[in-house]
Design a protein around this ligand. Structure first.
Ligand code: FAD
Ligand code: NAP
Length: 504
């Protein structure tokens, strides 16, 4: 993110798009754009970018882009889809840039081959050679893929139930990898398999009740989605397929799916941070894995705005006699409300009982990274504490090989420290856990550590419990905090594999 000029916030952009100003320079006309034409619009003052086949004139958006003009210029006059997907595929550009739409990319004419006979013979043999080579290299991959695709899903019924069975053949299948949404007559079941996603998505033949059960046979990777029929009738088919039904594709190529969740409570954590509790709809089965985030979506001034948030638990693992944290129904989010923040202000204005859209989880953190460690070090800045909550719970309750778990928590003032009491109690309860608070803007009464993230502070607190113990260091906070932290850790001799940075 770069500092934007005054009057160039997202809200200002939304206002501009609603002003009726001609933002494409084409007076509302939509045109077909050739590659040649696109490439001519490659300057700041005349910049077109193609995303998923649609061309946008992003010149008026330049000064409003949170990532800065230079980032946007990387895709000037070209197809920016891959770049866009790498950086923020979750941003709803269709909604944000709808007034900048120039038109569609023209379909390329297929040129008739003009090759001489000798060339043809050469091409024929080279093609045959490479075909054989590819067959050998990819045969294993192909077999795996085809085996999965050929077995995909099956369904059967009794008088009262419909069961959809998905044979994933994945041995470590678990309930975090299965996301089901069944609302009205629409069923969507997504199975995550490493970087891929398999989808069952149909408009069901008949109505079902809201009770959806998910059974997983972990060892053989069989997933069952069990629906209860509303009426006792025999179904002829499961339903009418949606476009993505029965497909197995890269996870990142699957659009984000949102469901409406109800705000059930909002409690103060500090002067500016609140714990929001959202309730999933009845027909949804969704567990957000440790270290992953979701996207929240709200319509603000007629535009869809999306921001990422990392679910936490209602409290740290202190053996409170309260309902279990993983009830599968509630999602807890600890969110700092910024006085000039577009999204968080709108969020703060939600009333109990209001609804908000919540996406499927994303993120590249793997729990196995913790399971292989003896020392876990967590460096958090402000709300960068949020991914550490589930991580702490997982580490202290499920990972027996961990000898030490240490949280180094950077905040501006004492009043900003999130869950200070609980963290101190946890340190008393579990001798493996230690917490260190460091303040960058303390009052004169503060007797604890003071400073900003730096090489010297890290060398004082980040240590292995034994000379060659296996360590994992997780870091999360404002982007410059995280970037500097990673650099200092590398300077101190920690390897890339020993560091996990939470970013967008
Ligand atoms: P914005 O409107 O974006 O502004 C935020 C603040 O910065 C405001 O005070 C605004 O005045 C100021 N500001 C904005 N732009 C500029 C600028 N150019 N120059 C100077 N100041 C500026 N946050 C949480 O609270 N909890 C979480 O669990 C959480 N999880 C996250 C997970 C991920 C993966 C990521 C990437 C971020 C996460 N965040 C989390 C941050 C969250 O996504 C939002 O960025 C945050 O809530 C601010 O959104 P906003 O629209 O209210 O603020
Ligand atoms: P904050 O209160 O502004 O800052 C927390 C601490 O970080 C303070 O000590 C602060 O010191 C320090 N800090 C801030 N900017 C710094 C910089 N440029 N260099 C070094 N230290 C810096 O933090 P916040 O408002 O809670 O923001 C939390 C951030 O975490 C947000 O940017 C959010 O997007 C991010 N986050 C990311 C994820 C994720 O998974 N990627 C999850 C949750 C939150 P000073 O300000 O005094 O310098």
């Amino acid at each position: 993110q770069v500092p934007l000029k005054p009057g160039r916030s997202l809200m200002d952009w939304i206002r501009l798009t609603k002003s009726g100003k001609d933002l494409t320079g084409l007076k509302g006309r939509l045109i077909e754009v050739t590659e040649d034409e696109l490439s001519k619009h490659n300057k700041k003052e005349d910049c077109w970018i193609c995303i998923r086949g649609f061309v946008y004139n992003v010149t008026p958006y330049m000064e409003y882009h949170p990532g800065g003009e230079d980032e946007l210029m990387k895709a000037a006059g070209t197809d920016g889809t891959d770049l866009f997907d790498q950086v923020h595929r979750w941003v709803n550009y269709e909604s944000m840039l709808k007034e900048c739409l120039v038109g569609r990319m023209a379909v390329k004419p297929i040129a008739a081959p003009k090759v001489q006979f000798t060339c043809l013979v050469f091409l024929y043999f080279s093609f045959f050679f490479f075909f054989l080579l590819e067959l050998v290299v990819f045969s294993k991959l192909l077999t795996l893929d085809l085996v999965f695709k050929s077995s995909n899903y099956d369904w059967f019924q009794t008088d009262s139930l419909v069961t959809i069975v998905i044979y994933t053949k994945q041995k470590d299948m678990n309930e975090e990898l299965v996301i089901v949404d069944c609302q009205d007559k629409r069923l969507r079941g997504e199975i995550i398999m490493d970087d891929n996603s398999y989808l069952v998505e149909v408009d069901l033949d008949h109505a079902v009740s809201e009770d959806v059960a998910v059974n997983i046979a972990e060892k053989i990777g069989k997933v069952e989605i069990i629906l209860s029929k509303k009426d006792n009738i025999h179904w002829k088919v499961l339903g009418q397929p949606w476009e993505g039904h029965n497909t197995f594709i890269k996870r990142t190529d699957r659009g984000l799916f949102y469901r409406k969740c109800k705000l059930v409570s909002k409690t103060e954590v500090t002067h500016d941070t609140k714990l929001f509790c959202l309730m999933l709809p009845k027909g949804t089965h969704l567990r957000v894995p440790t270290g992953q985030h979701v996207y929240l979506k709200q319509i603000i001034a007629g535009t869809e705005v999306v921001k990422p948030y990392t679910p936490v638990l209602p409290f740290l693992p202190l053996d409170f006699q309260e309902p279990p944290c993983h009830d599968g129904v509630h999602i807890y989010l600890m969110i700092k409300i910024y006085s000039r923040g577009l999204f968080t202000q709108a969020l703060d204005h939600l009333q109990i009982g209001d609804y908000i859209f919540v996406s499927n989880p994303e993120g590249n953190f793997k729990k196995s990274q913790v399971q292989a460690s003896e020392d876990l070090l967590l460096l958090a800045g402000g709300t960068g504490f949020t991914p550490m909550v589930k991580l702490l719970n997982f580490a202290l309750t499920e990972v027996s090989c961990l000898r030490t778990v240490k949280l180094i928590f950077f905040n501006k003032t004492e009043d900003d420290i999130l869950w200070r009491n609980q963290l101190e109690q946890l340190a008393l309860k579990d001798e493996r856990f230690e917490v260190q608070f460091i303040l960058s803007q303390p009052t004169k009464d503060w007797v604890g550590k003071q400073g900003k993230i730096s090489s010297s502070l890290l060398s004082e607190f980040v240590k292995r419990s034994r000379r060659d113990s296996k360590v994992l260091i997780c870091i999360c906070g404002p982007a410059p905090f995280t970037e500097q932290g990673v650099q200092y850790l590398k300077d101190l001799g920690y390897s890339q594999e020993e560091i996990h940075a939470f970013t967008a």
